[in-house]
Design a protein around this ligand. Structure first.
Ligand code: NAI
Ligand code: MG
Length: 492
């Protein structure tokens, strides 16, 4: 089994504990790699390396344009290695190769885009109300950033944070998910081969309590950027508050796909199926609630069932597979638990409803694509994030009722609206409390388009020009050009 060490101060690093844990392949159910089990001592080394690299040495010496040029090389090295990195991700999280490869071939754009922004970070001159002063502002990198990532799209979600952090001039300590550490370690090695100075990006692997906790509490960490569950997000937000740290949180969702009777129903059905069954439902923007207008409910549900029933399950590396396994044993148990909960709450199974017992699924952790009808929006299956291939169908009467149902959850990450009425499209987009609304499409993202959540779905935005501000501090400089410095007891 391949051993994976951490990466600290420009070199592979063995864990202080000397221990390694196993990473499992969700398709075979068997371990395939051994990963260094870090602890607070490793975190301290990594944060100090990042702090030193931030304060001194080649990184702060680079001009902003040189930093941008370096980032374009980092993008190129990701492009050159996309296939290999995607294969590692599939081995670790079981998502389809087509999906992970698609993410990896797109990821260089984050480094090109934010690399291009690196030398466009400008301050201002303040047209002051007082005479005798020249006042200007500067934007300074916040310092050492802790990046904590989940298992569903390890490198893509890392890149969303790493690219703007580097463009801003920050240095970084990454703690990948304990379920999917390998691709992050490989990537960071590649970035160093492409010329990234040592200490700028460090990786400490291990578990949340051993590595995540000391990392977010480390006094030299100035900003925490996290993607994962709302439960962990709350813990991190509290730690950030205690340390007066900047924090960005991309948490879960219970996103509605809202289908009106006037929609292009074929397109809508494709969008709804892709929203919940692509990536086996393991995305923060999964369209896990289908709100469908009463008049088309039965017909639309049967179209969905016909579309999803033949979906091929099996080896995520195979081009013909459409639904892969669940990434972790714990997540597999959680998804099956929610299938039981929904049935106990009185929802009716229209498709699936349990573990997949097909020969092509072997020993993997597969759940049948599942559709529940007869769901009330108050049920747990409509309110809690399952993070699996489980759709809750809820009928509505009119636009007002659809808006009320859509917003009646504590999350607010994404929403889909399917209609051919342009006025209705704009009205719905305006009234839904979520960070993203897709009209007649679903699950589209871009490095140029801001992404993030309302309510319990998180704080801050990734992607788009504004994302770089998340990694910058404002400084104001006052120059006295002739004002008298007189009476010390009067404010100027
Ligand atoms: P998690 O939120 O616990 O883990 C995400 C990352 O946080 C991992 O790197 C983990 O090691 C780290 N972490 C855990 N506890 C920490 C702590 N106290 N301090 C700092 N870092 C800590 O998610 P987990 O356990 O992998 O999955 C649980 C649920 O989270 C899933 O069932 C799903 O509902 C949700 N989830 C949401 C994701 C999203 O994209 N919004 C991604 C992955 C999971
Ligand atoms: Mg794994």
């Amino acid at each position: 089994m391949k051993p994976y060490n951490m990466f600290i101060d420009g070199a592979a690093a063995e864990p202080a504990t000397g221990s390694y844990f196993e990473s499992e392949n969700p398709y075979t159910g068997a371990p395939w790699a051994r990963v260094a089990q870090g602890d607070a001592a490793d975190v301290d080394r990594a944060v100090r390396a990042a702090h030193d690299a931030f304060s001194d040495g080649p990184w702060p010496q680079l001009t902003a344009s040189e930093r941008g040029a370096l980032m374009r090389r980092l993008g190129d090295v990701i492009a050159d290695n996309a296939r290999r990195l995607a294969e590692i991700e599939v081995r670790d999280n079981g998502k389809l190769f087509a999906e992970m490869y698609g993410q990896l071939t797109y990821l260089p754009q984050w480094f090109y885009y934010f690399g291009g922004l690196a030398d466009k970070i400008e301050g201002t001159v303040v047209p002051l109300d007082k005479k005798g002063y020249f006042v200007y502002t500067q934007k300074k990198p916040v310092g050492v950033v802790a990046i904590i990532t989940p298992w569903n799209s390890p490198l893509m979600l890392l890149g969303w944070k790493l690219a703007p952090a580097l463009a801003a001039g920050c240095t970084v300590v990454i703690k990948p998910s304990e379920y999917t550490s390998a691709s992050t370690i490989e990537l960071v090695e590649l970035l160093h081969e492409a010329g990234l100075p040592r200490g700028v990006v460090n990786v400490v692997t291990g578990f949340g309590k051993d590595v995540g906790t000391p990392l977010v509490e480390h006094p030299l960490v100035r900003k925490i950027s996290f993607t994962g569950s709302d439960v962990t997000g709350r813990v991190i937000n509290e730690a950030a508050a205690r340390g007066f740290k900047h924090v960005a949180l991309e948490l879960g969702g219970k996103s509605p796909n809202i289908v009106f009777a006037d929609a292009d129903l074929e397109a809508a059905a494709n969008g709804v199926v892709s929203g919940i069954f692509a990536a086996t439902g393991q995305t923060c923007i999964a369209g896990s609630r289908l709100l469908v207008q009463h008049s088309i409910h039965d017909e639309f549900v049967s179209t969905l069932v016909d579309l999803a029933r033949p979906a091929r399950m099996g080896d995520p590396m195979s081009d013909s597979t459409e639904v892969g396994p669940i990434t972790t044993r714990a997540q597999y148990a959680k998804v099956l638990d929610y299938v039981d909960i929904a049935q106990r709450e009185g929802a009716a199974v229209a498709l699936g409803g349990g573990a997949a017992d097909r020969p092509e699924c072997g020993q993997g952790w597969f759940v049948e694509p599942t559709i529940f009808t007869g769901v009330d929006n108050g049920m747990r299956i409509a309110q809690e994030e399952v993070f699996g291939p489980v759709l809750a169908v809820i009928p509505f009467s009119d636009e007002d009722a659809a808006v009320e149902l859509a917003n009646d959850v504590r999350f607010g990450l994404g929403a889909g609206v399917w209609t051919t009425d342009i006025g209705r499209a704009f009205r719905m987009a305006d009234r839904i409390t979520s960070g993203t609304v897709w009209v007649n499409t679903y699950r589209a993202v871009s490095y140029m388009a801001p992404f993030g959540g309302f309510k319990d779905s998180g704080l801050g935005r990734e992607n788009g020009i504004g994302a770089i501000e998340e990694y910058l501090e404002n400084k104001t400089v006052w120059i006295n050009t002739g004002a008298a410095v007189g009476n010390p007891f009067v404010m100027r």
